[in-house]
Design a protein around this ligand. Structure first.
Ligand code: ADP
Ligand code: MG
Length: 239
């Protein structure tokens, strides 16, 4: 009984670092370098993330934040370095990385990239259908309820507000029950109230679903509210 109370207190506490410390490694990137032609963008970067940990990456425009996120998400490959997911090397290329991404990773971008001719519900379900997951529609509706979207599910993206579109994009990213969510400036187009709402939802998600989250953000509020913030500067972690 005492243990359950203690666990609940821990789960509900704003800073769950104690809990996180006891968790195993989700992502371990070592010595990541990437150049585009003459431009060296990432320079021997290391990056670790635990299950359910929420980390923000900040940095000036052009500092390589999106490139790093794409590499962590298997959308691009580093010139050198390794990435391990739950202690196994990332697959590289082909069908394997597509399956891996569909099964374990979720993506949210600054522009929601919802498919305009499909309803909100269909958009949320899409990765689950692609992955041939059986309970996709049921889980999509559960997520929609959690994100306050139940009454908007039959609408096309163009009929939703910016905040709703971004919540649909987030539900879509989570419908396959990923272990890692990568978000590139997800609140970039939202006003401060909607931005705070989106942050609170992400924070709730990582606790309730134990999803590790890496978010690229320019928001000082977000950067000061996550477990850890890293600043990218000249392809290295700055202070
Ligand atoms: P950020 O997200 O921090 O603004 P990016 O990762 O998008 O930065 O870009 C970092 C640098 O890499 C920039 O100089 C950008 O022009 C360059 N870059 C990014 N992607 C490519 C690409 N596919 N081809 C060539 N240069 C690129
Ligand atoms: Mg970027």
């Amino acid at each position: 009984m005492d243990f359950i109370i203690a666990a609940n207190v821990l789960m509900n506490s704003r800073n769950s670092s104690l809990l996180l410390k006891s968790m195993s490694s989700l992502l371990n990137a070592k010595g990541i370098s990437k150049s585009f032609g003459e431009i060296s963008v990432l320079n021997h970067l290391d990056f670790q993330l635990s299950h359910g940990e929420f980390v923000a990456i900040t940095g000036a425009s052009g500092s390589g934040k999106s490139t790093l996120l794409h590499i962590l998400g298997g959308l691009e490959y580093p010139d050198s370095g390794t990435i391990e997911f739950e202690n196994a090397l990332y697959p590289r290329g082909g069908k394997e990385i597509e399956l891996f991404r569909n099964r374990y990773l979720g993506f949210v971008f600054q522009f929601h990239h919802l498919l305009p001719e499909f309803s909100a519900l269909e958009n949320i379900c899409m990765p689950g259908w692609i992955g041939k997951n059986k309970d996709t529609e049921i889980y999509a509706k559960e997520l929609a309820e959690e994100f306050g979207l139940t009454n908007r599910l039959n609408h096309l993206p163009s009929h939703l507000s910016g905040g709703e579109q971004q919540r649909v994009a987030m539900a879509r990213a989570l419908v396959t029950r990923p272990k890692l969510l990568l978000a590139d400036e997800p609140s970039g187009n939202l006003d401060s109230k909607r931005s705070k709402e989106l942050f609170d939802l992400l924070d709730q998600v990582r606790l309730s679903k134990s999803v590790g989250i890496v978010v690229v953000t320019h928001s000082e509020n977000w950067a000061s509210s996550v477990d850890r913030t890293l600043n990218l500067s000249d392809g290295k972690w700055g202070v």
